[in-house]
Design a protein around this ligand. Structure first.
Ligand SMILES: [Fe+2]
Length: 338
């Protein structure tokens, strides 16, 4: 769980005009769901992506652990979804950065998204971003499965090379970024706030990281927040509103907002690797993955019945979580940082 190269800090990542257009998409095309609503149907699936363990019969729902952090997709499958930000997505400078980061010959953009929030309590567990393998990727698989595969170490021969350019705009208190570039058992580093148009080139699916709580502690409570809550810009009021089932439960002033733009690319060392990745001649299938995971659990003496629906079998998922536990140390994080 160490990235291929140390994170590279960059300043002035986007032009002012690009930032305005990126933010305009967020303003015009909402409301936007929570990050967790994009990716998770159960508490177990969410925990599989971070680093905690939930006991059986915990009785928690996704509403109990909902956080007011919202997400939208700018582009996916190497396709930009909004013409007005095509230059941000098909970005030659970013492609050069990720090629240099890997020492690789070729790259193409894959996923681009934003995370938007105001002051809120964030989850404190560090996590990995969705790891991509030949045949198993975010477009066809749940994030928890991708990360269990990464933590298991069983599928490393199928790992796709990825890198991200992640950029922040936030002038309020707290809202720092903590990351573990030297591995989960070494002290983490922090990207401090205020931060404006500052970014980092990383391999976030091989480096534990977390967005720290945003805003002053007294501003973070959001009564009525649910897994299904959404955020939208209100042009008349000039503010941002979180709604649950259409009812406004919280409004933020523009200066309270923290925007993160995540641009991700797939990288290829050479033509042979590009071909192997794109002709699907050496892809993993879900069946292969679950067969290998089940065999490994049995080899380790973990008692688990063969799941008929492994993507949704809670006992099976819990067994995977317990077995492949990798958890960064947080001893270095002070109570104040939390
Ligand atoms: Fe992440």
């Amino acid at each position: 769980m160490i990235p291929v190269a140390p994170p590279v800090l960059i300043d002035d990542v986007y032009t002012d005009d690009q930032h305005r257009r990126l933010f305009d998409v967020v303003k015009r095309h909402g409301p936007w769901p929570t990050i967790t609503a994009h990716h998770f149907d159960t508490v177990e699936e969410l925990i599989a992506t971070s680093s905690g363990i939930v006991p059986a019969n915990h009785g928690m729902t996704l509403d109990d652990i909902a956080t007011a952090h919202f997400r939208g997709i700018y582009g996916e499958h190497s396709t930009c979804l909004y013409d007005e930000i095509a230059d941000c997505y098909y970005n030659p400078a970013f492609l050069e950065m990720v090629k240099r980061y890997w020492g690789a010959a070729y790259a193409r953009p894959t996923l681009m998204l934003f995370n938007l929030c105001g002051p809120h309590h964030s989850g404190l567990n560090p996590h990995l971003d969705a790891t991509t393998f030949r045949g198993i990727r975010i477009e066809n698989s749940p994030v928890w499965l991708q990360n269990i595969m990464a933590k298991s170490g069983l599928f490393d021969a199928y790992l796709e090379k990825m890198a991200q350019v992640i950029t922040w705009w936030y002038l309020g208190p707290r809202g720092t970024f903590t990351y573990w570039p030297d591995g989960p058992d070494r002290p983490p580093q922090h990207l401090d706030t205020p931060i404006w148009n500052r970014g980092v080139v990383v391999q976030n699916e091989q480096m534990f990281h977390r967005g720290d709580p945003v805003g002053d502690p007294a501003e973070r409570d959001i009564p009525g927040l649910k897994h299904r809550s959404r955020i939208e810009y209100r042009p008349d009021a000039g503010d941002w509103a979180i709604t649950t089932d259409g009812a406004v439960i919280r409004a933020y002033r523009p200066e309270q907002m923290r925007l993160l733009v995540h641009w991700s690319a797939q990288v290829y060392a050479d033509r042979a690797e590009l071909r192997a990745s794109t002709d699907h001649s050496d892809d993993l299938t879900h069946e292969q993955v679950f067969t290998a995971l089940l065999a490994d659990l049995r080899r380790r003496g973990v008692a688990v019945t063969e799941p008929s629906d492994p993507l949704h079998d809670q006992d099976f998922i819990r067994a995977l979580l317990t077995t492949y536990q990798v958890r960064p140390t947080t001893d270095w994080l002070t109570a104040d940082a939390a």
